[in-house]
Design a protein. Sequence first.
Lengths: 471, 47
Amino acid sequence: MAVPSFLARDRIVARPGFNRWLIPPAALAVHLCIGQAYATSVYKTALVEHFDTSLTAIGIIFSIAIVMLGVSAALFGTWVDRNGPRAAMFTSAVFWVAGFLVGGVGIETGQLWLLYLGYGVLGGIGLGIGYISPVSTLIKWFPDRPGLATGMAIMGFGGGALIASPLSRQLMNYYDPAYDGTAGTVPNGEAVAALFFTLAAVYLVFMMFGAFIVRVPADGWRPTGFDPSSVKKKALVTTENVSANNAIKTPQFWLLWTVLFCNVTAGIGILEQAAPMIQDFFRNGETSTVAAATAAGFVGLLSLFNMGGRFVWSSTSDFIGRKPIYMVYLGVGMVLYVILATLGSTATWIFVLTAAIIISFYGGGFSTVPAYLRDLFGTYQVGAIHGRLLTAWSAAGVAGPLIINGVLDTQGTPGQLVAANYRPALFIMVGLLAIGFIANLLIKPVAAKWHESTATTPATARANPERSAAR
Amino acid sequence: MSHPVTDDRQSTHTPVGLIAFAWTLVGVPLAYGLYNTVKAASALFGG
């Protein structure tokens, strides 16, 4: 599928002397926008009232978007690698913004299916393409610090929710002055529709800015003082390349898929239930010693650790290695989950600290995985391989809430649950992390038979990306 | 910053102002989000 010439990869090859520090803000401009996906809870109740429907019917919008994220990242990953980041960011912006516009029209006209189609399907495609769009480019610009580079971008996805939540409240208050953001007040549907149209305009400008400043390095470019042979000396790190179609035939891909699935599922277990969970852990009879406002503060703290973990842990992985850092995420994560299940209700600080570190590992798992893929499969089609791996996120997005909600449903009524009711779900998460830990331990370097021929240059590879697909 | 291996095209210079502008454009909203989240999280510590 050809792209217009102004989006073509050839048009954005950086000339010698280009400063690579212009690339992270280009990536952030996209990820800060699509990170809004994690801020949908601010207008959830308003949509329930506007459409006079259930929370589940509204929650499906987010589920569709996350499933479409995984599907589109997997399907369009090779296209993204072939056509470059400008075409990908531009396309992502078009879909993401169209999603808000169609969704806004759906709210205005009372057509819920338009919200499913708009925010769910179109927006979800924008999410998937946007999420992977800068990853391969950043890895190529920062071969010396791939974890730092992808950490910066994927931190933006966490940061997007931090921006969108307060901004959405302020905008809905502007469009419906009766809504002031406090508990008990709900904005009307017109205010949510106006919010959608406003966000569409803002995100269009930001994402297009990212698309037009992004550049790809020339073939063979490397940072001053960087010696590629020094990379090869590290365990598991290859200077060879594996195509996306061959990568999914290797055990390494599926082991890493399992690692990501387990890490994300375990994290979602806490994120999904954060506010009621802290209140239930410190419930005394009918009331909790943790007030609703404090629970909201806990959710805010988790968002900070989710974002911070994406940057800090991924950057740390550049020094200690990808496999060891996942041993920390999964191994220490298991210990923390056991502490949470057994000692979490004894003191608020124990609960808050363990949950916050677990969520930082959840974020770190997302941001470190592109660098892990680079180590195992090389830079050739790392964007496409990353896209296919993100189906683990979609699967975890379904499995995580199913596990936690399914277990809690058997334990009692919401609002009357206590810490002990959470233990079965938390121990299931420990088991999942153990599976992920073993999967990570089993990861070995990719067999040479999957490596691309050394005659494959980046240019010929782009021209014929499926060349080795039949191997 | 760059070290071209085989690139005989005319070299360029990225203006520092452009880099500063780009980082400001993404940094200001991020700071706004961080400020609001820290303010919300402070309720956890009795703030």
